[in-house]
Structure formats: C-alpha cells, structure tokens
Design a protein around this ligand. Structure first.
Ligand SMILES: Nc1nc2c(ncn2[C@@H]2O[C@H](COP(=O)(O)OP(=O)(O)OP(=O)(O)O)[C@@H](O)[C@H]2O)c(=O)[nH]1
Ligand SMILES: [Mg+2]
Length: 212
C-alpha cells in the first residue's frame, strides 16, 4: 500500500440490519448516521449502504451499515446480506406480533448464511408507541424466552427511532464488542495508514449501491 494513502479510518466493520418490513430499520440507521427521522419513509428496495466513521477507544472505526429490505419481493439473497458481516442487528416492532414472529425466519437465515463469528444484537423498536395506553406490546418475558432459544443473540436493546432512544447505545456497543474481538484476534497497533477490515474484503465493496 502507498505509504501516504490514508483512508481515514483504522477498522472497517460491516453491519447488517435485518427484520420484517416496516419495523423501522431505515429510520434506526438514519437516526444513527445523520440524526434524521421520517414518518413516511419508502420501503427499502434491495439494500442501501451507509457509512459512519467515528472514534472508539483510540481508533477510527468505519461502520459500513447495510440497510436491507424487509419486504419479501425486494429482498436480496441472504448470502449477500451477511457476506463478510462482523455484526448483525435484528429488529422487530415492539407493537407488532407479526414482526416478532418474523424473527424466526430471520434467525434461520442467520444460522444458514451468516459468519459464525458475527455478533448478533436484537432490537425492539418503536418504544414510543408502547407508552400509549392499551397498545399491544410484546412482553419482556417473550423477548427473553426468544433469546434463551437463540443464545447466538448476545444482547437485547430497546429503541425508538422517533424519539432517538437506544440507538447510539446499540451501535456503540456493537462496534465496541467487534473491536474488542478484533483486538484479541490480531494484535493491533494504532498506526496511520494501517487499516484492518473485520470479516470483510474489498470485493464486497463493489456491491455498494448508495452511500448516505
Ligand atoms: N412511532 C414510530 N414509528 C417509527 C419508528 N421507527 C420507524 N417508524 C415508522 O415506521 C415506518 C417504517 O419505517 P422504516 O424505517 O421505513 O422501516 P423499514 O424496516 O426500513 O422497512 P422496509 O424498508 O420496508 O424493510 C415509517 O412510517 C416510520 O416513520 C419509531 O421508533 N416509532
Ligand atoms: Mg427500509
């Protein structure tokens, strides 16, 4: 590599955000990346890619976030969704039983196609709605039971893209967990021009469709 070539980050972590249509994946990501929320977002078609670079533990981390389509007809293949991903955020809507039941499908896809090393977090979104009296919500017990059935899920977070709750925490914790793992795997020295890509290679970047 050219000694003077500086990509501006030390690590590149690919994160796939998956879950049923309408659970709020795109808004969770836009909240994290650009602090924006929209009430009438269009369904994601195929996938979008966003990059967010930030400082963590003395390193510059580039989180390359894959915003995937929940609608069946717009979905990309699981092989593509999970290729080289270091982290997966599995999202459901706390007020939607269908989206909670949909987790069974997504977790199967993870078992089939995701790298064994991927760190998996579960996020219940739309908690702002859960506060409205009489609203149906998935209970903590049901969520814990789901996690017990699927120990690959490392952590659970509560979020609201609308109210900007729990989102920074989710991405930060995921990036920290991946970074810790990478540091244990390969001794890393903070050094300009030295980029480490976790479970990722450059061929994957060719699939980049959109960057926000
Ligand atoms: N009340 C509330 N609405 C939300 C929240 N997050 C997303 N929404 C709304 O839910 C709808 C769907 O949000 P999206 O972010 O497009 O959902 P998605 O999971 O990306 O959907 P697909 O791209 O079709 O898979 C939009 O109308 C959002 O405004 C939230 O935290 N609270
Ligand atoms: Mg979307």
């Amino acid at each position: 590599m050219d000694e003077d070539y500086d990509l501006g980050f030390d690590f590149l972590f690919k994160i796939s955000v998956i879950g049923d249509a309408g659970v709020g994946k795109s808004n969770l990501i836009s909240r994290f990346v650009s602090d924006t929320f929209s009430l009438d977002t269009k369904s994601t078609i195929g996938f979008d890619i966003c990059n967010k670079i930030y400082d963590l533990d003395g390193f510059r981390i580039n989180l390359q976030i894959l915003d995937t389509a929940g609608q069946e007809r717009f979905r990309s293949t699981s092989d593509f969704l999970f290729r080289f991903c270091a982290g997966i955020i599995l999202v459901f809507d706390i007020t939607s039983k269908t989206s909670f039941q949909g987790l069974d499908f997504w977790i199967e896809e993870i078992y089939k196609s995701a790298p064994d090393s991927a760190i998996i977090f579960l996020v219940s979104n739309k908690h702002d709605l859960a506060n409205d009296q009489g609203t149906f919500v998935i209970t903590d017990e049901e969520i814990t039971h789901f996690q017990e059935k699927h120990p690959k899920i490392l952590k659970i977070f509560k979020a609201s893209a609308k109210e900007n709750m729990g989102i920074k925490e989710t991405f930060h914790e995921l990036a920290s967990t991946i970074l810790q793992k990478e540091k244990n795997r390969v001794p890393v020295q903070k050094k300009k021009d030295n980029i480490t890509i976790a479970h990722q290679n450059n061929s994957d970047l060719k699939h980049k469709k959109k960057c926000c």
